[in-house]
Design a binder for this molecule. Structure first.
Ligand SMILES: Nc1ncnc2c1ncn2[C@@H]1O[C@H](COP(=O)(O)OP(=O)(O)OP(=O)(O)O)[C@@H](O)[C@H]1O
Length: 619
């Protein structure tokens, strides 16, 4: 018998060892369940009804245990927190695993599990963002807080997130897209906005109805859609002097020319668009205010003729060739019209009354689109009274909007419907501004640089070779044709061209007069363009602002008894508003000492501002 058992000795030893082992583990499980019982009792004041430490319990740490409590046992959060902390401390975490304690209240159970730790592969940046978001109470319900967010709030959040995320190694910038409906936002890296973009020679947009003019972040190209289907057919550019407005206009017009779209320009300052005279596709550039009024009226007639043509021929407006009419420095122009209507000779006044350029312009802004006429309006600042007043709801029709430099709060609201957009543009970067994306949202953009295309040696020789190459490269191989549907516009353009040719032949600029050396130096007769820098007969003013925007102490130009503009200091401003808050009338009190004059302006009345050097001289 013994010999038989001896034969199985290896097996028996193994079985004995196994039994010992099982017993040790059972002992361990028993000890742990005792330990858990006392911990639960001490921590919660309740005695568990049953504790099951699952087999095998683990060698040094528990694998799984279930503690059943009496029905309806209540454990307060604080008690549970302490309890789980004690259990977790008894079975400390290793690099691979950790102990988790859960209270399954509806089943009166506490469940302990040992879980392997999934390695945290998130970057330091992700962890920083996560912990910032965890700490931020505003995102506890993203849908509510994101929807509540006005653009200003969103910008603040974007700024904070971008600064938490820090500079990215690639040199690209963070941008944030909001999806309030889904309750999340996406942070993306985009190519930083360039600080200068030379007008590219290649057609960056093959669509002949898209006139590109700027590059936004992520190499996004901004364009003015001049197609008839576009709901943003007319373009408004706002920019202070020196802000780069003229360059944007040159970009758009050279792009128009290379796409076969001709244009006519009005430039009351005589220095902005003059270089485009004679450029392929340029019908004319008009400088004189009265001629500009004739042009706007002729354009109105052209619009009517085009509409009649569309009607008779039973064609679509899109089938007519496009043309662009540019009115740069619109407020200066309308200021000149207002002055002429007041101080011009009888014939001029009668002519202006009949031409009614502001009325014609208001009609054009609303109706020109379907006739294939596109308007490009340049102003130094957006202004409600001029846009909403005599020229109708012009602004709403200028769906494509561009702003350069910084806007005032009111200006931002008028341009972008948001008082925070366009307020912090980096003005140290030339050509930096806000442009409208094709999705209708305003974005930061770098306007392309298009040098003056003037071939006159005085201009041309000042350009760098690179700039000359841009102009050469942009020149269309074929000049766009100018098609007029009205005799009025055709003959106006012909006469304007004839005038320009004559002016070029005879020269129109008087020689400058140097003042300040000796009294006999130079001629100071009535033809002098300036006297001590002050404008005389020529309307050399720098800007026109609505009378309601004038501030006390400001120097403005007013007509004296002889129809000449003289600088005066405004003493007080009295703006009267109607029930809707619109300006009805403005009274300016001007003059020094006891002799004061009150000048009344109607809702759209503009005040002429002197050139900056004159302001300095008069203060
Ligand atoms: N997009 C641009 N990129 C680089 N430089 C620019 C850009 N736009 C303008 N500049 C620089 O700023 C100067 C002024 O530009 P520009 O003449 O177009 O201003 P403006 O707004 O038309 O001023 P004003 O209304 O008085 O004519 C230019 O001579 C040029 O050096």
């Amino acid at each position: 018998m013994l010999a038989k058992l001896h034969g199985y000795r290896v097996l028996l030893v193994a079985a004995a060892a196994l039994l010992v082992m099982v017993d040790v583990l059972r002992h361990r499980a028993h000890r742990w369940s005792q330990m858990l019982e006392s911990v639960v009792r001490q921590g919660t004041g309740h005695l568990p009804t049953k504790i099951v430490v699952s087999f095998s319990p683990g060698w040094r740490v528990i694998r799984r245990a279930r503690i059943t409590l009496h029905r309806g046992t209540v454990i307060r959060p604080k008690q549970f927190e302490e309890l789980s902390r004690t259990i977790e401390a008894a079975f400390p975490a290793t690099a691979q695993s950790e102990t988790k304690v859960r209270h399954v209240a509806h089943r009166d159970r506490i469940v302990i599990t040992r879980e392997s730790i999934t390695p945290d592969t998130r970057s330091a940046r992700q962890r920083t963002l996560q912990s910032a978001l965890d700490a931020a109470s505003m995102f506890t319900d993203p849908r509510v807080s994101m929807n509540a967010g006005a653009r200003g709030f969103q910008l603040k959040v974007e700024e904070a997130l971008a600064s938490l995320a820090g500079q990215h190694e690639s040199g690209r910038n963070w941008t944030t897209d909001w999806y309030p409906d889904q309750g999340y936002l996406v942070m993306r890296l985009v190519t930083a906005m360039p600080s200068r973009v030379d007008h590219p020679l290649a057609l960056v947009d093959e669509n002949l109805r898209h006139l590109p003019y700027a590059t936004g972040a992520a190499d996004r190209i901004m364009y003015w859609d001049v197609s008839t289907s576009s709901n943003k057919p007319h373009c408004l550019i706002v920019g202070p002097t020196g802000g780069g407005k003229t360059s944007v206009i040159r970009t758009l017009l050279t792009e128009a020319a290379r796409r076969g779209v001709p244009f006519v320009g009005v430039d009351p300052k005589m220095i902005e668009l003059d270089g485009l005279e004679g450029y392929p596709g340029c019908g004319a550039i008009i400088y004189d205010a009265l001629r500009a009024a004739m042009f706007v009226r002729a354009l109105h007639t052209e619009m009517m003729a085009r509409n009649a043509y569309i009607h008779q021929m039973k064609i679509e407006g899109a089938q007519l060739p496009l043309m662009i009419a540019v009115l740069d420095e619109f407020f200066i122009l309308s200021g000149k019209w207002q002055r002429l209507a007041k101080t011009g000779d009888d014939e001029t006044r009668a002519q202006l009354k009949e031409l009614d350029p502001l009325g014609a312009w208001a009609d054009l802004a609303v109706l020109a689109r379907s006739a294939g006429i596109r308007l490009l309006l340049g102003v130094q600042r957006p202004d409600a009274s001029l846009f909403g007043g005599a020229s109708g709801n012009a602004r709403d029709n200028f769906g494509t909007r561009i702003s350069l430099g910084n806007l005032s709060q009111d200006g931002a609201l008028m341009m972008w419907g948001d008082s925070t957009v366009g307020r912090e543009v980096d003005t140290s970067v030339k050509g930096r501004g806000i442009a409208l994306g094709d999705d209708g949202n305003p974005v930061d953009a770098q306007m392309w640089w298009t040098p003056n295309v003037d071939r006159h040696p005085n201009k041309w020789n000042q350009l760098a070779e690179r700039e000359q190459a841009i102009i050469d490269g942009l020149l269309p191989t074929e000049a766009p044709q100018f098609t007029c549907y009205s005799r009025e516009l055709a003959s106006f353009i012909e006469s304007e061209r004839a005038l320009a040719t004559r002016a070029r032949r005879h020269g129109r600029a008087p020689e400058p007069i140097v003042i300040g050396a000796t009294a006999t130096d130079g001629d100071t007769s009535a033809e002098s363009p300036t006297v001590n820098g002050a404008p005389t007969g020529g309307d050399d003013f720098s800007d026109v602002i609505p009378a309601s925007a004038v501030e006390a102490g400001q120097t403005v130009l007013v007509d004296d008894d002889h129809g000449e503009l003289v600088p005066v200091t405004v003493d007080s401003v009295d703006v009267r508003c109607g029930a809707t808050g619109d300006v009805v009338e403005t009274v300016l009190t001007v003059g020094a000492g006891r002799v004061k004059t009150r000048i009344t302006f109607d809702a759209t009345g503009g005040v002429v501002l002197p050139e900056p050097d004159l302001v300095a001289a008069s203060t």
